[in-house]
Write a protein that binds this ligand. Structure first.
Ligand code: SF4
Ligand code: SF4
Length: 89
């Protein structure tokens, strides 16, 4: 049996860069040390921001540190993400 990779729910792939700044999707919430999506079942195609839509992880053109779904795409570090107090989301 092949085990499916398990999402760590770090939320990094729910971030994007706008005007040179990393922003988190407004549907992303923190639950303890993990994150969740408020609209998970209806997330695909959701308009995150102008020109940014929610997509399946495999269609996101970046890798993220420690993500089990990485496939050798450019690495995106989310240093100012949902954990940052200065980030209004
Ligand atoms: S970056 Fe990877 S581990 Fe983190 S939430 Fe996205 S899919 Fe899950
Ligand atoms: S809508 Fe998409 S990008 Fe936004 S929190 Fe949910 S899964 Fe992440």
């Amino acid at each position: 049996m092949v085990e499916e990779p398990v999402c760590k729910r770090c939320g990094n792939c729910c971030h994007y860069v706008k005007d040179g700044r990393v922003k988190s999707c407004s549907q992303l919430v923190k639950i303890g040390k993990k994150t969740a999506c408020r609209i998970y079942r209806n997330r695909l195609g959701y308009k995150v921001d102008e020109g940014v839509h929610c997509a399946n992880r495999k269609d996101v053109p970046f890798d993220f540190p420690g993500c089990p779904y990485n496939t050798g795409k450019p690495m995106m570090e989310v240093k100012n993400g949902i954990d940052s107090p200065g980030n209004s989301g």
